[in-house]
Design a protein around this ligand. Structure first.
Ligand code: SF4
Length: 428
């Protein structure tokens, strides 16, 4: 049995380590045993979640899987599975293993890494994929300092609706990117779009009634190009290691605001020829991307759950575009000398299947991609598998193994989590 002990929650929500079972993990619904070598200490800034209507699954002495149906300490009532929502810069390599009860509710839009207990501390099946400290909790100053920095900016830009919106995001939602804008460093967000041309199953800012509660309110107004440029130019002029990004969790698809983005980029470039201007996008409109590159865009990050067309379509439910358009947008940026990344929405047991690996490798080959950002997909895994029409995997590479294999095939391809600040406005 593994040296990593299973964690469970008792009737009162206390999280305890199981006296007799080891930690199990799940890959796309397939339970797997976990060795300590697969674990890292739970990163600071991670959160622990109790999973309603889900009984914990552990590994017994004979390496068999066991569903925990009662409190091993003799407590009354039912027990629940526990999972970790990892701090930024970390990718889960296995998710929590549990036995879902028939009347269990869908899990909200978060990622659920397996978490256990070993050598006196909590550990999780994950790896740190990016060493940049941009969103490390210990890098954020005490709330008062953030508050005073934000108040200063909000007074100075009292007439700029976008800065006011981002002040609310920083102080209200605690959005790391908006906080970094208020603190004058690293990547600043430039949300612009209330609408989208897709209906992702796991969209965090817009959901049909009764499916999932959204975790981010969508921006409710359309800023002027001048407001966008003012925020960006302030950040370039005063920020430490600054870059700016269109396409945030609190908006739809920025390419649906192509004209506004083009005008804003031209206004920024008129005063800031070098700074990194990035676009986070679903990549749906390569023609618009081409215009933005002409205007001075530096880089693109295209979000994808899969490089297999049917699985991409099943998740994104795109209106009037397809995976081919998203890949074309990456090619357009590369041909214009820009930097291009995939924001690969990762779920162990789906993303690391052999056919996904081959599809990702083919897309890297085809596009000349620079970077894969391994982001955890925030979704109830059963809902996701059902949406894609998939059964638990019979075969998978493993996320760390997949990164290593891609590294062997594409030595120049980088792996990370954050958008890079480029040395000049174009990567080549
Ligand atoms: S592309 Fe983005 S904004 Fe649009 S539905 Fe998907 S997650 Fe939501």
């Amino acid at each position: 049995m593994s040296t990593v002990r299973l964690l469970y929650a008792d009737q009162d929500g206390n999280i305890l380590d199981h006296p007799g079972l080891g930690l199990a993990g799940s890959a796309g619904g397939r339970w797997e045993t976990v060795d300590e070598a697969q674990c890292i200490p739970l990163p600071p800034g991670s959160e622990l979640f109790l999973l309603p209507g889900r009984r914990p699954v552990g590994v017994n002495q004979d390496n068999g899987f066991e569903v925990v149906t009662a409190d091993p300490e003799g407590g009354e009532g039912s027990v629940s599975a526990v999972a970790a929502f990892l701090a930024p810069a970390h990718t889960a390599t296995l998710w929590a293993a549990y036995d879902r009860q028939p009347d269990a509710p869908n899990l909200p839009l978060f990622a659920y890494a397996a978490v256990g207990f070993a050598r006196g501390r909590m550990v999780t099946t994950a790896l740190r994929v990016d060493q940049l400290p941009r969103q490390d909790p210990e890098r954020f100053p005490p709330p008062q300092r953030l508050q005073s920095s934000a108040q200063r900016l909000l007074r100075r830009f009292a007439d700029n609706r976008l800065m006011q919106h981002l002040g609310h995001c920083a102080l209200g939602y605690g959005c790391p990117a908006a906080r970094n804008l208020m603190l004058g460093r690293w990547e600043a967000p430039l949300p612009t779009a209330a609408a989208c041309n897709a209906s992702c199953v796991g969209c965090i800012s817009s959901q049909p009634e009764g499916v999932f509660p959204v975790t981010q309110e969508r921006i409710a107004f359309t800023p002027y190009p001048e407001e966008v440029a003012e925020v960006a130019l302030h950040h370039f002029a005063t920020g430490r290691d600054p870059l700016v990004s269109f396409g945030q969790g609190c908006e739809g698809e920025p390419l649906t605001q192509g004209g506004l983005l083009e005008d804003a980029i031209r206004l920024i470039r008129a005063k800031e020829p070098k700074g990194t201007i990035n676009l986070n996008s679903n990549g749906s409109l390569p023609g618009v991307v081409s215009r933005l590159m002409e205007a001075g865009l530096s880089s693109i990050r295209v979000s994808l759950n899969s490089l297999i067309p049917e699985r991409h379509e099943a998740y994104y439910q795109p209106r009037g575009w397809s995976l081919a358009d998203a890949l074309e947008s990456v090619k357009v940026v590369k041909e214009a000398g820009g930097h291009a990344s995939f924001n690969l929405l990762t779920l162990p047991g789906v993303t690391d299947r052999p056919e996904e690996f081959e599809a990702i490798a083919a897309a890297v080959e085809q596009t000349g991609l620079d970077l894969i950002q391994w982001r955890n997909l925030n979704i109830d895994p059963e809902v996701y598998l059902e949406a894609l029409g998939l059964e638990p995997p019979t075969e998978r590479l493993g996320i760390p193994e997949m990164i290593t294999a891609l590294g062997r095939r594409f030595p120049a391809l980088k792996h990370g989590y954050f958008n890079p600040k480029l040395e000049s406005s174009r990567s080549s």
